[in-house]
Unconditional design. Structure first.
Length: 259
């Protein structure tokens, strides 16, 4: 499938089963997989439809969807070695979606032989579609996206509770909390609204799409050991993403000294 076809698939599925449920969920359509980790009928139906339509056009591909993987973790171990795979986050920011916040997104990444090659982030409520191809740049609604160098001091976000308001003795702007939605966090990072963020327990469907987009605008994603993040990384304890490699490595150092 070409890049535009997959984007259209994502937009159509969102219009069919996600957007109609926004601010219209009944109590029985919302569950918790664990405290604070929500799943809704929209998550399940959207993932099933995206998976079905991808496999109809790409039979034999591995699809690593968030909800299916919650039921069968073995899919994760096959991601790095698959000839062709897709990660699917049907409703990124489900807690926001449940609360009626527009900060939710649909995210898909294509992985070929251990490398993320294409990525899509669709924000239904803003109408923004971010699309990246390896080596071909990042686009938002058809316009090329670029970002400048980090601000001084760098501004960032974190999902790590102990890092909130952390400023590395003035070397960073006091760190804020994330949007509870990687599809919005990465959008802010690639456009220069923020310069970095750190995440705990990063799942591939949350971070493979955005990390490719970040790479295409000159940024870097590293695991807690300072190694480049990608499909073969597995499930690191922490993830650092930043506008530059220098900033990313400084942040890895801060993490080591504050954990």
């Amino acid at each position: 499938m070409d890049t535009d076809e997959i984007l259209q698939l994502i937009v159509e599925v969102a219009a069919e089963v996600i957007v109609p449920r926004f601010k219209a969920l009944s109590d029985e359509q919302v569950e918790q997989k664990s405290p604070g980790d929500f799943v809704t009928i929209a998550d399940r139906e959207a993932e099933a439809r995206i998976t079905e339509r991808l496999l109809a056009r790409q039979p034999g591909a591995l699809v690593v969807g968030e909800e299916a993987t919650f039921a069968d973790r073995s899919r994760l171990s096959s991601l790095a070695d698959a000839e062709l795979a897709f990660t699917v986050d049907p409703v990124d920011g489900t807690a926001n979606f449940v609360k009626g916040s527009p900060r939710y997104a649909v995210m898909v990444a294509e992985v070929r032989r251990g490398e993320t090659t294409r990525a899509w982030i669709w924000q239904p409520e803003t109408g923004r579609a971010y699309v990246a191809e390896l080596g071909a740049g990042l686009y938002c609604n058809g316009g090329r996206v670029s970002r400048g160098p980090a601000q001084a001091p760098p501004r960032g976000m974190t999902s790590k509770r102990s890092w909130r308001q952390f400023d590395a003795r003035g070397e960073l702007d006091p760190v804020l909390h994330t949007n509870f939605c990687a599809g919005f966090d990465y959008a802010q990072l690639v456009t220069g609204e923020v310069d970095f963020f750190t995440y705990l327990n990063p799942w591939p469907w949350d971070h493979l799409p955005g990390s490719l987009m970040l790479r295409e605008v000159g940024g870097v994603a590293l695991d807690a050991g300072g190694e480049p993040y990608g499909p073969a990384t597995g499930l690191p304890n922490s993830l650092v993403t930043a506008a530059s490699e220098d900033l990313a490595r400084r942040l890895v150092g801060y993490l080591r000294h504050t954990d």
